[in-house]
Design a protein around this ligand. Sequence first.
Ligand code: NAD
Length: 238
Amino acid sequence: MIAGMSPVIAFTGAGISVESGIPPFRGEGGLWSKYDPRLLELDYFHSHPEKSWKVIKEVFYDFISHASFNDAHKVLAEMEEAGKLSCVITQNIDNLHQAAGTKKIFEFHGNSQELICISCQRIIPVTETDFTIIPPRCNHCKGLLKPNFIFFGEGIPKNAYEGSFEATGNAAVILVVGTTGEVMPAAQVPYLAKQSGAVVIEINTEPSRYTPFITDIYIEGKATVALRELWNAVQLYT
Ligand code: NAD
C-alpha cells in the first residue's frame, strides 16, 4: 500500500522518541508518574513561574535538549527524501524529526527549542537563553520567557492545525506511530484520515485507542525496528 498509494503521511507521538531516551507522558515510567501535570497549566505557570520553570528546565532543557534522533525518525526522513512521505504531523516537541532531516513537518504542540517572551512576543532560540537564573528572562525587555510549546489551556498553533488537517484530509495512507491517541485535538488526526478514505497503518508496542476501531494494519513492535523493516520492504516494490 505504501509503495502503490499516494500521498502517504505520518502522525507521530511520544513513542517514536522513547528509543531516544525520552520517556512518554503516560504509563509506567511516564513523566506524569514523576511530575505534577499542573506545572504545565498556563494559569499555574503565570502565577508560579519559578515552580513551573524548575521542572520545565529539568525535564525539557537539561534532559530532552541532549537527546539524539533515532532510526525511526531517520526512516521517516529517508521516506520523505525518496518522495514516499509527504509530511510528518507530530505531537512531539523535541525537534528530533527535524534533527533527523524531515523537512515538511507540522508541530501540533510547538517546539521546545524555542522560547517566547510573554511580554514582547519575541521568539528566542534555546541556545541564546540563560538558564542560570530561573525563571529565564527575555534578553530584550526582561519579560518572562515561556517554552514555545503548548501548555494545557492553550490553543494549537494556527499553521500547524490548518496544515495538519489539510494534509490529513488528502492522505491515501497514514502511518500512526507511538501514540495512545488520548490527547485532543491532535488525536482526531487519524480519525479524520480514516473518514476521508485513508488506510491506517499503526505501529506501537501496545494497542492504542485507534487499534480496535480504525486501524487497518497493526504492527506491534518498537518504532525503530518496525519502521526500518517496513521501509526496507516498501523499497523492494518501488
Ligand atoms: P503517550 O505518552 O500518551 O503514549 C506513548 C505511546 O507510545 C504509547 O501508546 C506507547 O505504547 C507507545 N510506545 C512506547 N514506546 C514505544 C516504542 N519504542 N515504539 C513505538 N511505540 C511506543 O504519548 P502521546 O500519545 O504522544 O501523547 C502525549 C503528549 O505529550 C503528546 O502531546 C506528546 O507529544 C507529548 N510528549 C512529547 C514528548 C516528546 O516530545 N518526545 C515526550 C512526552 C510527551
